[in-house]
Design a protein around this ligand. Structure first.
Ligand SMILES: [Zn+2]
Length: 212
């Protein structure tokens, strides 16, 4: 196991969440909260209520995932013929018509990535809560990847709607976002916030207790 060096928390110091200055919080009167002497932001040793906020967002996002996958995401009408497509039926449509690269892009962007993000965040939170000692460095890496992928999450919504529109759009066709699209956007936004709320330092806090 890697030896743990001294941490700011262990030294009684707090890194400012907004300007990253390392501060030693001064004892304050009247229940005042410590603040950063440089930028004035409130100081928290770890992101405030990180786990409960992250859990709330992950659970809400998982609930929205159900209508996002079941309800139609696009409604195409051409010459009096209307067709509603869910994400999965869109993927199957593109596979059947031989456009498998598009099927793959839609599958990765709107099924694989969002589901993986929810699963990874759930596992990370469980690992912190149950104080797992299993490979903290890898868990931190997984978190970082999730966060980086999360920055591109807004692309998901565009990928699905634009690709479906571009390919299926005939000469006289109209394409509308189905009710599933709003839920899907909700999933994307909530998972982005969930990843931001998780504090990866919690992974290492559990390791520190082990070394003591
Ligand atoms: Zn600051």
């Amino acid at each position: 196991m890697t030896p743990i060096e001294m941490t700011a928390k262990g030294a009684g110091m707090i890194s400012c969440n907004s300007c990253h200055m390392l501060c030693r919080p001064q004892p304050l009167k009247n229940n005042q909260k410590p603040f950063c002497p440089r930028c004035g932001a409130a100081l928290h040793s770890r992101k405030k209520n990180s786990l409960s906020r992250c859990w709330a967002l992950v659970i809400a996002s998982s609930i929205l995932m159900i209508p996002a996958q079941i309800l139609p995401i696009t409604i195409t009408s051409a010459l009096g013929h209307t067709q509603a497509d869910t994400i999965v039926s869109g993927v199957i449509y593109f596979m059947h018509t031989g456009m498998w690269p598009i099927a793959l892009v839609i599958f990765v962007a709107s099924v694989f990535v969002p589901f993986s993000k929810l699963l990874i965040l759930t596992l990370l939170m469980l690992s912190v809560q149950l104080r797992w000692r299993w490979r903290p460095r890898d868990r931190t890496l997984i978190y970082r990847v999730t966060e980086i992928v999360g920055r591109w999450s807004m692309v998901d919504v565009y990928v699905v709607t634009i690709l479906v529109a571009l390919v299926k759009l005939g000469a006289v066709a109209t394409i509308d976002a189905g009710p599933g699209a709003a839920y899907f956007a909700g999933v994307v936004i909530l998972t982005m916030f969930a990843a931001e709320k998780f504090d990866p330092r919690l992974i290492w806090d559990a390791m520190e207790d082990v070394n003591e």
